[in-house]
Design a protein around this ligand. Structure first.
Ligand code: DLL
Length: 441
């Protein structure tokens, strides 16, 4: 099955074999699975069948992979409207697990798994950890939250199947995390990047070293390359980015590899397309747009053309790691986290990149949005280092000006910069809340 000798190196696991399939063989597999899943959704999910019929389509119209582009999209509100179980394609007796994603408003969305769905998810997580260089013998501290969130249990089952030793510590209780990390000889950690920042900060304050930790597997929220550089330098580790979402399976949709240059999508199970978020038109590989995913194997809750709102690019150039599955660029933004200030489109990730380029600040910041006379205003609150904080007023003023210029350079507009004391902004144990929107209050 294996096609590339590099695939037998450390970090390779037999479950990773589909990562190296020749493209033609992969395409045939994808088409077979697509036809089966569209038929399943058509037969078992009313809303999907109605939308197909409204467009004059039946499953027989899916003859080639490109035909996917003719099928209707699924969006988050479809899951909300179907709350809790309306999109299930399996009877309850076959569903062995439920998860839910809270979202910001109203009811959560509920996702379901059959036993075979859990197996696919597990294999995708094995491939994720293998791509991040983990193997049997690694001791993984799993600080993703256990519970309805997919991060904890998703990572747990994949790491166990890989053969690593898993410590199911979940998120929070930072003191205990540090004790375990050191005393149990932890070699790898997974959590959100913002929680790792918090862990590093506490370790420094308490003068605890991070022991044998060498790999961080981070995801569930956007984090810039500047943030990665900070984490790798401060933590003395390699920091990998992994991506996923509850609607599709949880973590395990895409993962970086040793090249740390884009995330390989496990596209034998999760078929990616990039569309123009305005027109819905499918864009060619290499163009930036909204990621749309179709689950090719999911039985309990097939998702056909799910609009993720995550903005990225699909890349086809061969990766030095030898994997043949395509890569997406790291996700820095969502189409719905943009705000407009004085006519300029602004994404929080641009602000992160701009401020972390300046010496003297910590990677802890918050963006506060207000509306004055109908115009959006942005204030960026940034923690300064203890050294900079003890500096003279004029030095602080210089720092503030440097940050303001850096943001202006990236965005083309000036925003308010407010320097705050070290440790004065709230820390997160899961996904960080970087933007505080006071515009509707
Ligand atoms: O966050 C699943 C997950 C758990 C992924 C652990 C990775 C690690 P949800 O809570 O449904 O699922 O949130 C999914 O989070 O649509 C993205 O907007 C964002 N997201 C996830 N991973 C990344 C990442 C989990 N690596 C939503 N970079 C997605 C940027 C990410 N954003």
């Amino acid at each position: 099955m294996r096609t590339d000798p590099s695939s037998s190196g450390p970090g390779f696991h037999p479950a990773s074999a589909p990562d190296y399939l020749p493209r033609r063989q992969l395409g045939e597999l994808q088409l077979r699975r697509l036809q089966a899943i569209v038929t399943r959704a058509w037969e078992r999910v009313t809303v999907f069948r109605e939308r197909m019929s409204a467009n004059g389509l039946t499953p027989a119209d899916v003859r080639r992979l490109e035909d996917l582009g003719r099928l209707p999209f699924t969006v988050k509100s479809d899951l909300r409207d179907a709350y809790p179980f309306g999109l299930f394609a399996s009877p309850m007796e076959e569903i062995v697990r439920l998860h839910a994603s809270s979202g910001t408003t109203g009811k959560p969305i509920v996702v379901a798994y059959t036993a075979s769905d859990l197996q696919v998810w597990q294999s995708a997580m094995v491939r994720t950890f293998a791509a991040c260089g983990l193997h049997a013998g690694d001791v993984l501290q799993n600080a993703f939250g256990y519970g309805l969130f997919t991060g904890g249990l998703g990572a747990h089952s994949g790491a166990e199947a890989l053969g690593a030793t898993v410590i199911p510590i979940s998120g929070g209780n930072t003191e205990r995390q540090l004790m375990v990390m050191k005393d149990f000889g932890v070699t790898a950690l997974c959590c959100t990047p913002s929680y790792f920042l918090h862990l590093m900060e506490r370790a420094r304050e308490e003068k605890v070293d991070l022991g044998r930790l060498r790999t961080g597997v981070f995801g569930a929220e956007p984090w810039s390359d500047a943030m990665r550089r900070h984490i790798e330098a401060e933590g003395g580790i390699k920091a990998y980015d992994i991506y996923g979402l509850s609607e599709i399976t949880g973590p395990g949709v895409a993962s970086e590899c040793s090249a740390q240059d884009g995330l390989h999508v496990f596209e034998d199970h999760f078929y990616p397309e990039i569309i123009d978020p305005e027109s819905g038109e499918v864009l060619p590989d290499g163009r930036e747009g909204e990621l749309v995913l179709t689950t090719l194997s999911k039985q309990a809750m097939p998702m056909i053309r799910y609009r993720t709102r995550d903005i990225t690019t699909l890349e086809t150039e061969p990766c030095p790691c030898g994997r043949t599955i395509r890569r997406i660029r790291r996700i820095g933004r969502r189409s719905d986290d943009m705000f407009i200030v004085r006519g300029v489109n602004v994404f929080p990730s641009q602000i992160e990149t701009a401020i972390l380029a300046v010496e003297g600040v910590l990677p802890h910041y918050q963006i506060v949005l207000t509306r004055e006379k109908g115009l959006d205003e942005v204030e960026v609150r940034i923690e300064v280092t203890p050294e900079a904080f003890g500096d003279t007023v004029s030095a602080l003023e210089e720092l503030r000006e440097a940050l303001s210029r850096s943001v202006e350079h990236v965005l083309g507009i000036r925003v308010k910069v407010h320097l705050v004391e070290p440790r004065s902004l709230a820390r997160s144990e899961g996904k960080a809340k970087r933007v505080v929107d006071q515009r509707r209050i």
